[in-house]
Design a protein around this ligand. Structure first.
Ligand code: SF4
Ligand code: SF4
Length: 372
């Protein structure tokens, strides 16, 4: 599992096939040896950068904690050049990237970065294409709404297409708690999506390694339900998901908000080395940007475009971006423990959530007002 201090698994992670475990061993080895080899173990392919929800947003804090809306907020301030644009990945680009991943020995792909991947009209065939190429792990984070608003069978179809890690971002275990955090979502659609996916898997229609997870961002709104076990009881006990993970609420680099339910302490390089740049990378939906980790967008760590763009001489392959000077510089900063140096270090790492240790704030337990 990740040594990212903001992430934890509730209970046991599920068991998997030997083929799956072999790829996870390589994932761990990259961290232990700080060795990037000549290709990533995992690639996040951002199939869409649009979303039907506005999680963690409120009138006082309109950009919330979600990266897609933080980027949108930055864009509306007139900083178009400094943030991502929004859109859907061209299926031809997707096919080309997927084939490159297969050819260079990538084991795991995820069909999202920011945004809601089930909104892509080709998402089921995208998963099928990946399954046909034989990746041991095909992952997706979803809000369980998105395309299921129109197609209630969508998540059963994704299971049948061969997804192996389907992760529903739930954040609540009753409609009121859910709606406060997953702004704009439908609790009923989410429940139907989880139920139909769990059922398709139980009927043996999924891949042998298919596992379904409920993920929770722990905030001041749901901390009591997480800490008391109510969240797990609902999703594992009642809805039948295989496992659960909790991430402490953090904020995209440089922003502040009031959703967090933890104190954060900044680490320095003598305490922490990040393994992401040695094993994973991200490609944006338009192919214009590549990144050696999934925590922050900045041109300083951009590996370059994998499509033709005006005024840029090179269209790189994924393998070439993996070997780019920016990716290598970031790896060196972690291998040599210089990332936290205020002058020679990496600003993006200093402002990143994974270089901070959360201490969970105690939450008040619910008291029943009913007389016994
Ligand atoms: S579902 Fe995901 S991408 Fe959409 S607003 Fe929520 S956190 Fe952001
Ligand atoms: S920004 Fe730095 S510390 Fe954060 S995930 Fe990326 S490489 Fe790791």
């Amino acid at each position: 599992m990740s040594k990212d201090p903001t992430f934890r698994v509730l209970g046991q992670a599920p068991t998997r096939s030997e083929r799956y475990q072999a790829y996870r061993r390589e994932w761990e080895r990259r961290e232990a040896d700080m060795d990037a080899s000549d290709h990533p173990v995992h690639v996040d392919i951002e199939t869409v950068a649009v979303c039907d929800l506005r999680c963690g947003s409120s009138e006082e804090d309109p950009q919330g904690f979600c990266q897609i809306w933080t980027h949108e907020h930055i864009r509306t301030q007139g900083f178009d050049e400094h943030t991502y644009q929004r859109g859907y990945m061209d299926p031809v680009l997707y096919g080309r990237l997927l084939q490159q991943c297969a050819d260079m020995g990538v084991s795991s792909i995820k069909l999202n970065y920011r945004g809601e991947p089930s909104l892509h009209p080709r998402i089921v065939s995208f998963v099928r294409e990946a399954a046909d190429l034989g990746f041991p792990d095909i992952m997706m984070n979803t809000n369980g709404n998105g395309g299921a608003r129109k197609n209630p069978e969508l998540f059963a179809q994704l299971v049948e297409a061969g997804i192996t890690d389907l992760m529903f971002s739930v954040d609540g275990c009753d409609p009121e708690m859910y709606l406060k955090q997953r702004v704009g979502g439908s609790w009923e659609i989410l429940l139907n999506s989880v139920r139909t996916a769990v059922q398709a898997r139980a009927e043996g229609k999924g891949a042998p390694d298919c596992r379904i997870r409920a993920s929770v961002v722990r905030t001041h709104i749901n901390a009591e339900a997480v800490d008391s076990g109510r969240m797990e009881e609902f999703w594992r006990g009642k809805m039948g998901v295989d496992w659960m993970s909790i991430s402490e609420c953090y904020f995209p680099a440089g922003t502040q908000h009031h959703w967090k339910a933890a104190h954060w302490r900044q680490m320095a390089a003598d305490e922490f080395q990040c393994s992401d740049p040695f094993r994973r990378m991200v490609v944006t939906w338009d192919g214009r940007h590549t990144m050696p980790c999934c925590q922050g967008f900045t041109l300083e760590i951009d590996g370059g475009p994998v499509v033709r763009v005006p005024n840029y001489p090179l269209m790189k392959s994924l393998k070439e971006t993996w070997a780019s000077a920016n990716f290598d510089r970031l790896r060196r900063a972690h291998r040599d423990r210089t990332w936290s140096d205020p002058f020679a270090g990496e600003a993006i790492c200093r402002s990143c959530a994974v270089t901070k240790v959360p201490t969970r704030l105690a939450t008040p337990q619910r008291v029943s007002l009913r007389a016994k």
